[in-house]
Design a protein around this ligand. Structure first.
Ligand SMILES: [Zn+2]
Length: 301
């Protein structure tokens, strides 16, 4: 996700006007820090912004994503109670501020910050546009396709599947625990933010989800960047397939609209996708996805 507070308030006021406040993302509701154990020394940290993943063992300390400065501090304090190690790696799943905003807090405690090759540039450009360059801490270890490191009795690996939510997303796998952090490649049952200026491609995103499933197995537990209200930020392959189906429905709806000669405004003017009964959609958040799909399809992408 990449909405800053001003955009968030704008969305909220739009939603209020539409009478749909109950479905608006409200990070502030999840403001108390919570550590959740998942499997084999791997867990999740919940507070505000994209879910943080962690590995804490006698021989390794790994953090996936860093939320915001204040929540990163709460996370770091909690991790320090569990381990006296330096952090072997902070891994950023992509460049958005609710996943990299805490990098600066983690930096003095971390040996490296790892991300896809495109992340530093995208992060810098976004910071430039927002005028918050001074708050940034950039990844210093980058890779194009895959990255892997031994972490005590665990192995952590990461893979870039091509453009999806941005142009620099990775899925991060704790191989022995069989836990995969999807970053914002997963918005569980909620309209996703699609960062087209940041290199996103809806059709690429749709196609990469089954590839991630193919690279893992039926017992794999996935961690998600965000979820709709009342839904979990973790789950199984069926959630990834539902998100794939959601994008298929988006592409289908927009393609049919284009074929029928409807305007972009007409195409985007629905508040629920046919068949997607579980998704928390609003006309505003679904309209965003449909508009991006319209731009992609009109451009022949
Ligand atoms: Zn994001």
């Amino acid at each position: 996700m990449a909405w800053d507070r001003r955009e968030f308030l704008h969305v909220t006021s739009l939603a209020l006007a539409g009478g749909a406040l109950g479905r608006v993302p409200l990070w502030a509701q999840d403001a108390s820090p919570r550590f959740e154990d998942l499997r084999r020394n791997v867990g999740a940290f919940h507070m505000r912004g994209g879910t943080i993943g962690w590995l804490v063992s006698d021989d390794a300390l790994i953090v996936v994503d860093s939320q915001f400065p204040d929540t990163a501090e709460a996370c770091l304090n909690g991790l320090k109670m569990r381990s006296s190690r330096m952090i072997d790696a902070v891994v950023n799943t992509h460049h958005h501020g609710d996943h990299t905003g805490g990098n600066k807090v983690f930096r003095p405690a971390a040996r490296q910050i790892v991300a896809h090759t495109n992340v530093p540039g995208l992060q810098q450009r976004a910071a430039n546009q927002r005028g918050n360059e001074a708050d940034q801490e950039y990844p210093d270890t980058t890779f194009d396709e895959t990255w892997r490191m031994d972490a005590g009795d665990e192995v952590v690996s990461a893979k870039h599947y091509g453009p999806g939510h941005t142009g620099g997303d990775i899925a991060v796998t704790f191989e022995r625990a069989n836990v995969v952090h999807m970053g914002d490649l997963m918005f569980n049952r909620r309209d996703p933010f699609v960062d087209r200026p940041g290199g996103a491609r809806i059709r690429g995103w749709m196609e990469l989800l089954p590839q991630v499933i193919d690279d893992h197995d039926s017992d794999t537990l996935y961690i998600y960047g965000h979820a709709g209200e009342g839904f979990d930020v973790k789950g199984g392959a069926e959630d990834l397939l539902l998100q794939r189906d959601y994008f298929a429905a988006v592409v289908e709806h927009v393609s049919r609209g284009l074929e029928a000669g409807r305007s972009q405004e007409e195409i985007a003017a629905i508040d629920r996708l046919p068949g997607m009964t579980e998704h928390a959609s609003t006309a505003q958040s679904l309209g965003h996805v449909l508009n991006v799909a319209h731009e992609e399809l009109s451009a022949g992408q």
